[in-house]
Design a protein around this ligand. Structure first.
Ligand code: HEM
Length: 222
């Protein structure tokens, strides 16, 4: 990969925002795991989140900013890198190796499309208006019913499987890359960071995919 001095600064911003986003997907998976315990657990978790009021909105704005900045610089750096000629740049290190590394822009854009779909599915409740039932009389939705009904037809399940596979690809290389960009790994520790990166990717893949799969196989049901 060819890097100019200004692109190093943008890579650092990408690394920091990438770290924030990885932290979010880990915490989101932990929260969603309460669905394995049962309906009361996931609904209590959702209720707790919604009761945090303004804090939820601050959190959402920080996450949105991190997401937008990460995507913006990712697209910009990719375009610049493609347009660059070797004469104009100093090749300081070949950071990209392997399928996951070479497809970061593609996997990133698929994740963007997936997140938009996911928000329309579960947050804005646009794609499947039939899966929402109220919980009590406080304007809350029964999140357990929403998840089970939401994965009861083939198309959403396929979309989640594709989205989560690309999340795995992106994270599996991204964590290693962010450690390298932030100067937290060296030639010696790089293989270890690569393993950590892939391990986190696998844990996220298995953890997230098991939710729709357990619904499909009837192990999580109404
Ligand atoms: C099987 C996989 C997943 C399930 C079951 C799931 C479940 C949910 C649910 C139930 C909500 C709505 C919470 C509520 O409004 O009460 C939600 C929101 C959200 N999810 Fe997921 N999720 C999954 C995967 C993902 C992934 C992989 C990402 C990111 C790459 C993600 C990002 C988000 C975001 C950004 C929100 C909006 C959070 C907010 O409203 O503040 N989700 N998810």
């Amino acid at each position: 990969m060819l890097l100019t001095q200004s692109s190093v600064g943008r890579k650092i911003i990408m690394a920091v925002t990438g770290f924030v986003l990885v932290a979010f997907v880990c915490v989101h998976l932990l929260g969603n795991s309460s669905v394995f315990i049962g309906a009361d657990a996931i609904n209590a978790y959702a209720q707790k989140l919604h009761s945090l009021g303004p804090f939820v909105w601050v959190f959402r704005l920080v996450m949105l900013a991190a997401f937008v900045i990460h995507i913006f610089f990712g697209i910009q750096l990719t375009l610049e890198n493609r347009a660059a000629t070797p004469e104009k740049n100093v090749q300081i290190k070949r950071l990209k190796t392997g399928f996951g590394a070479e497809t970061m822009i593609v996997s990133g854009l698929v994740i963007l499309a997936f997140v938009i779909y996911h928000l329309l599915h579960f947050t804005f409740r646009v794609t499947n208006p039939d899966i929402y039932v109220p919980l009590g009389d406080h304007g809350m939705i029964n999140v357990f019913v929403m998840i089970v009904q939401g994965f009861s037809s083939a198309l959403p399940v396929i979309i989640y499987l594709v989205g989560l596979f690309f999340l795995f690809l992106h994270v599996s290389h991204g964590i290693q890359s962010l450690f390298q960009t932030l100067g937290l790994s060296n030639d010696k520790s790089l293989p270890f960071m690569g393993m950590v990166s892939k391990l986190v990717g696998v844990v996220l893949l298995v953890g997230y995919i098991s939710i729709p799969m357990l619904v499909v196989f009837g192990l999580i049901k109404l």
